[in-house]
Design a protein around this ligand. Structure first.
Ligand SMILES: [Ca+2]
Ligand SMILES: [Ca+2]
Ligand SMILES: [Ca+2]
Length: 481
């Protein structure tokens, strides 16, 4: 109204504006007013704003009956006061160009640039609560879920299933939910990892069934057959996890070899892609103790690998090891005491670097196992160049941490699997609250929880969890406001 009183002609000077109805929209007809009459000095309206026009928004709908052909007209412009120098102009030359559209539900203001609707203003979403979205009955118990995209195909999910027949299921996101797309024969599959090399998509599976030789398999996406096809096999030992990473344009894979017969103190292996043979070759071996998980991360120009060592044959109270890439190979960076570590999760918040470990069970030299123990979030101290304890969080046989963001908020979800009595427990979502660290905000009932994955699709946010004790995996929708 303030703007209108300044823009409209004074009573008696011109015919008064009329309210008109046009195809369902109502507005003011400014037939008598010239375009320049709609201008006003910003300094008189935005009196406390030093950064005009960065700190204001105007939403308006214009209806102009006729546009002169081949002439661009500004529907909105900002001029420098006094000099008439154009600072900002919104042109109207094509049908939709320059049009604004406000999505009331998502609270987003769009502008059309003549081709696409671009986001002009976005009210940041916030997590409200978690909704039960899809019950996914997989082929058998599911130890791991990998969500990934294939260009021009869409979103997929690979489930690592226990039974050999029909093996593990690959699901495709179609019409708002996951549907079975392909079954792949696996042997007690424990993990899937998606990666791409030169625009080609690959999936590698960790087969943990003890048969000689134990083979894990790399599959390649065939564009012709629109299926994953076998690409290469690699000898592994009770493999529980694969990690894929790139350093200086080289592609690597590392496998977590858990044990060979009853020996847990064996080698895990790093493989490097040979672009000539298009196969992975052994690059380096690292000694691990009941290796369960690998996580790769980079800080500036430095590259790291961290392994979760679970068990050395006697106890789960052992060190897990962070490695740093130096002189063309991985070397020890830091040992961190862990208790049956099953997962490392790497994440950054506001320029700070964190590693969270999931500690699953305390198996001492003698005495019973304890499942309700602390899992720990570590933060990199850039002065001492070591990871130091940031926060302990009580967990119940924790098997996975997953970091995700919704709008500007950061979250960690932990998969709690067992408390010594039951597999039916709450898994917990924690929200980052700065000085307080991670604070529990939601409890999700899970049964034999094994893995959590977060993904975004269709502009919405989801969590999916898999169960190691039942065929039922669940997709949750993160409801926002
Ligand atoms: Ca996973
Ligand atoms: Ca991993
Ligand atoms: Ca994880």
């Amino acid at each position: 109204l303030d703007l209108l009183t300044r823009a409209l002609p004074r009573p008696g000077q011109a015919p008064p504006p009329q309210i008109v109805q046009s195809k369902g929209s109502r507005g003011l007809r400014l037939a008598g007013a010239t375009a320049t009459a709609l201008s006003f000095p910003a300094s008189q309206i935005f009196t406390n704003c030093d950064h005009f026009p960065a700190e204001f928004s105007l939403v308006a709908t214009f209806k102009i009956p006729r546009l002169r052909q081949k002439r661009n007209e500004y529907i909105f412009s900002v001029l420098e006061e006094g000099s008439d120098l154009l600072l900002l102009g919104l042109r109207l030359s094509e049908n939709q160009q320059g049009q604004l559209w406000f999505d009331v539900q998502r609270k987003v203001l769009f502008i059309c640039d003549g081709f696409t609707w671009m986001t002009l203003l976005h009210n940041q979403e916030r997590l409200d609560y978690v909704e039960d979205y899809q019950d996914l009955y997989t082929n058998s118990e599911t130890f791991d879920i990998e969500v990934f995209s294939i260009k021009s195909e869409g979103l997929f999910m690979a489930a690592a299933n226990r039974d050999a027949h029909p093996g593990s299921g690959i699901y495709k996101w179609t019409d708002g939910s996951f549907h079975l797309f392909q079954n792949i024969s696996t042997r007690e599959a424990r993990a899937w990892k998606h990666f791409s090399i030169d625009d080609k998509d690959f999936l590698v599976v960790a087969n943990s069934r003890e048969v000689e030789p134990e083979l894990s398999v790399i599959y390649r996406w065939s564009r012709q057959r629109r299926r994953f096809v076998r690409h290469q096999t690699l000898e592994t030992h009770s493999a529980l996890d694969w990690e894929a990473f790139r350093i200086h344009n080289h592609s690597f894979l590392v496998v977590a070899n858990h044990r060979q017969d009853s020996n847990h103190n064996i080698h895990s292996v790093i493989y490097r892609w040979n672009p000539n043979t298009k196969l992975f070759e052994v690059n380096q071996t690292l000694s691990t103790s009941g290796a369960y998980d690998w996580e790769f991360f980079s800080i500036g120009p430095y590259h790291f690998l961290v392994v979760a060592n679970t068990f050395d044959g006697r106890t789960t109270i052992i060190n897990s090891r962070i490695y740093i890439w130096m002189n063309g190979c991985f070397q020890t960076f830091q040992d961190i005491p862990t208790v049956g570590a099953t997962d490392w999760e790497w994440f950054q918040i506001d320029g700070r670097f964190f590693l969270a470990v999931a500690n699953s069970q305390m198996v001492p030299d003698r005495g019973p196992s304890v499942y309700s123990i602390n899992s720990t979030v570590y933060e990199l101290n850039t002065l001492t160049q070591t990871f130091i304890r940031f926060q302990d969080i009580l967990t119940h046989s924790a098997v996975d941490w997953e970091f995700f963001t919704v709008g500007g908020d950061k979250f960690l979800v932990v998969g709690n699997s067992h408390d010594g009595v039951s597999y039916s427990l709450n898994s917990v979502i924690y929200r980052w609250q700065g000085y307080e660290g991670f604070v529990p905000v939601h409890s999700l009932p899970t049964f034999g929880c094994k893995d959590f994955e977060h993904f975004n699709t269709d502009g919405r946010s989801f969590l999916v969890y898999s169960s190691a004790t039942s065929r039922l995996s669940k997709v949750f929708k993160l409801k926002t406001y």
